[in-house]
Design a protein around this ligand. Structure first.
Ligand SMILES: C[S@@+](CC[C@H](N)C(=O)[O-])C[C@H]1O[C@@H](n2cnc3c(N)ncnc32)[C@H](O)[C@@H]1O
Length: 281
């Protein structure tokens, strides 16, 4: 998997755009776009703010990796973090720069760059925060080595990765979506939209090959065009982050589309977002 392909996808589909209908309808009104986006994000994933509240960012050097629209970046700065950030794509970096300038937020450094080659010196940061990013990085072994390099000893790595032991993976993606796609494919019914894209993927790759979980997972977390995704249990975290030790973890977000599971009080057990706090070894 080529990093350029991943960069192209995220540059053309900035994280969260799909929920807002993109930036174009806002006719350049970024302030309104960011306000609408943040309202949407934290209404749907209110746990993010609660989790951030439990982290002491004050006066600490923070590196955020993978910025999207910069919503959490703003929250970290507002909580007193001395914030630096990188994203693989020029689009995300420009949007975050615009957000900070519109809202007059001060920060240390904002760069385009990859977690595979972090553009900072050794032992620079107290905390590295990366939400929803590292499961999209195929060479996560190199990524964790780079994060270990720039983190101070005694620092903390906080990541959110998609949870393998979740209703979304075990029921929705594994069973419901695969059966649904099989039915559409075999009945030649094409409702268009994302289903149409899944059908096109299945035709291109061959249905059975597409339905193998090692292929299907990539196309069922961030849309059917997403090039790469993985899911994690703690076993996989230990395997992929050998330079770190897990300190604590917690799960959030009852999310298993198309199943209406948001009301189920099971997020701590079967939520889609696995937050892991680690310290460097
Ligand atoms: C799913 S979005 C998450 C964004 C944000 N953290 C959030 O929670 O909304 C993934 C982001 O990671 C960035 N990204 C992907 N691979 C990366 C890499 N190798 N290095 C740095 N950023 C990367 C993408 O450009 C994208 O902005």
């Amino acid at each position: 998997m080529n990093e350029l392909e991943i960069q192209k996808f995220w540059n053309e589909h900035p994280c969260g755009d799909v929920h807002m209908g993109g930036i174009q309808p806002y006719l350049g009104d970024y302030e309104k776009f960011f306000s609408d986006y943040d309202r949407y994000r934290y209404r749907k994933e209110g746990h993010i703010l609660r989790c951030l509240d439990q982290i002491d960012f004050r006066g600490k050097h923070i590196l955020e990796i993978g910025l999207g629209q910069g919503a959490d970046s703003e929250q970290i700065i507002r909580r007193g973090g001395l914030w630096s950030g990188i994203d693989l794509t020029p689009e995300s970096v420009e949007r975050v720069r615009t957000r900070f300038s519109l809202r007059q937020l001060s920060y240390q450094s904002l760069k385009q760059g990859s977690v595979l080659k972090i553009p900072f010196d050794d032992h620079t940061f107290d905390i590295i925060f990366s939400h929803g990013v590292l499961h999209h990085v195929p060479d996560v072994e190199s990524a964790q080595r780079e994060m270990h390099r720039v983190l101070k000893s005694g620092g903390e790595l906080i990541v959110m990765v998609y949870a393998k032991w979740s209703l979304n993976y075990l029921l929705s993606i594994y069973a419901v979506r695969r059966l649904g796609l099989m039915a559409l494919f075999l009945t030649h019914y094409n409702p268009g939209g994302i289903f149409g894209q899944h059908l096109a993927n299945a035709r291109e790759m061959g249905l059975w090959h597409y339905l193998e979980m090692k292929n299907f997972i990539h196309k069922n977390t961030d849309g059917p065009l997403n090039p790469y995704s993985r899911v994690y249990g703690l076993r996989e975290v230990r395997r992929d982050f050998p330079n770190f030790e897990i300190v604590r973890c917690h799960k959030h977000f009852m999310h298993a589309p198309p199943l209406p599971v948001g009301w189920l009080p099971l997020e701590g057990l079967l939520g889609w977002h696995l937050w892991v706090h680690m310290k460097p070894i």
